[in-house]
Design a protein around this ligand. Structure first.
Ligand code: CTP
Length: 371
């Protein structure tokens, strides 16, 4: 990793710190170490250039192709994908000059990730906040995971559900499904890295959300259904990676269920709505592409793949991502294997790989089917 700070960045963190952390010489000036031609070589040799934070000034300089320091020279010589994470006050982010510069950069293939909304420098609050480091790291990982990354989902709205639902039993207890949310976050990061507008319907998750993602929190199956139905008319694709509990309590008491002398407790459960099946049933006119996940174990009635094929036929979605699960398989892991069921008897095997790479394969199939 090579750190290329601007002169202003060095006001915040000094060159010695950057150099110690990266293990490389650090400068903002292209007149240093001229024999190594760093103003050309760094960009030429990079696999990815990440600008974080990208100020209004940097966005303007990059959009006009100015080259007055090592960073702007690096941007002009980079052959690899470039990802920028803008951070500035809301007025600056919303100013027509910045909007025009962002549009120019995006037209040129630069990935400019929308900033977070929240506390800014001083007492101000609003859109323009730099996302948290883990949220930025998701996008960097996703951008590095695909060779020939391109903004092929730009102007597309991709909705992703993820995490498990928590169905309340009483004011202090719930039942739910196991899910870390990693697969959904990987999909969201991969979709952002391809230029999509991404909305995450977020259940109970263990991992941070990637930068540039709009979030709707939905902890129950009913909330997920309402969110998905609200977003469906304007979405291009909905990917249901959430682990939605199939049952919820028939009644919800106002007070805690007390321990009784009986050694058993009987709960009456009722079926939750099937979000994916409902979206399929309500298809009309311009509908989003619908992608389901089938996390299966094999049993005496069939292998995990046979179960997934039956589920694909039953649910009627456009693509089904089938993957084997077990007590220590897939849940919370960084890696996953899958078979993409694409309809008409066509399937595609994705051997064990990281969840971000698997997500890109799923999105490749989505891009192929979007008209
Ligand atoms: N799903 C859904 N609504 C539910 C349950 C599941 O939309 N109430 C979606 C999941 O997000 C996933 C797909 O349906 O995309 C398959 O989920 P899965 O839990 O594997 O299957 P179920 O339909 O719940 O069937 P079963 O538990 O009997 O295998």
């Amino acid at each position: 990793m090579t750190v290329v700070p601007t002169k202003t960045a060095l006001e915040f963190v000094g060159a010695a710190t950057w150099s110690a952390l990266s293990g490389r010489p650090v400068t903002s000036d292209f007149f240093d170490n001229v024999h190594e031609v760093p103003h050309v070589r760094i960009g030429q040799q990079a696999d990815l250039v990440v600008v974080a934070p990208a100020t209004a000034n940097l966005l303007a300089k990059a959009s006009y192709g100015l080259a007055d320091d090592l960073l702007t020279n690096t941007l002009l010589t980079a052959h690899c994908p470039v990802v920028m994470f803008p951070a500035m006050h809301t007025e600056m982010w919303e100013h027509p000059a910045t909007r025009a510069n962002v549009a120019t950069l995006r037209d040129r293939g630069v990935l400019v990730v929308d900033p977070d909304s929240g506390r800014l420098t001083g007492y101000d609050s609003g859109p323009g906040r730099l996302p948290e480091p883990e949220a930025i790291a998701w996008i960097v990982q996703a951008a590095l995971a695909k060779t020939g990354l391109s903004p092929d989902l730009r102007h597309r709205h991709v909705v992703i559900s993820g995490g498990g639902t928590r169905e309340r039993l009483d004011p202090v207890r719930h039942i739910g499904n196991r899910s870390s949310g990693k697969q959904a976050m990987s999909l969201a990061a991969a979709a952002v890295s391809r230029g999509a507008r991404v909305t995450l319907i977020r259940g109970d998750v263990d991992v941070p959300t990637p930068a540039g993602v709009e979030v709707i929190d939905a902890l129950t199956a009913d909330d997920m259904l309402a969110a998905a139905q609200g977003l469906a008319p304007a979405a291009d694709a909905i990917i249901m990676a959430a682990a939605i509990a199939d049952f919820r309590a028939e009644t919800l008491p106002d007070s805690k269920i007390k321990k009784s002398d009986s050694s058993t407790l009987t709960l009456n459960l009722v079926h939750n709505p099937d979000v994916l099946a409902t979206l399929v049933a309500q298809r009309s006119g311009r509908t989003p592409l619908l992608v389901g996940f089938a996390a299966e174990t094999g049993d005496e009635a069939g292998t995990w793949l046979e179960h997934a094929e039956r589920k694909f036929a039953k649910k009627g979605c456009d693509i089904m991502v089938a993957n084997p699960v077990g007590h220590d398989r897939a849940f919370g892991a960084d890696h996953n294997e899958a078979v993409l069921l694409l309809g008409g008897g066509i399937s595609e095997e994705i051997p064990g790989t990281c969840k971000v790479a698997l997500s890109h394969r799923v999105l490749d199939a989505v891009v192929d089917r979007l008209v």
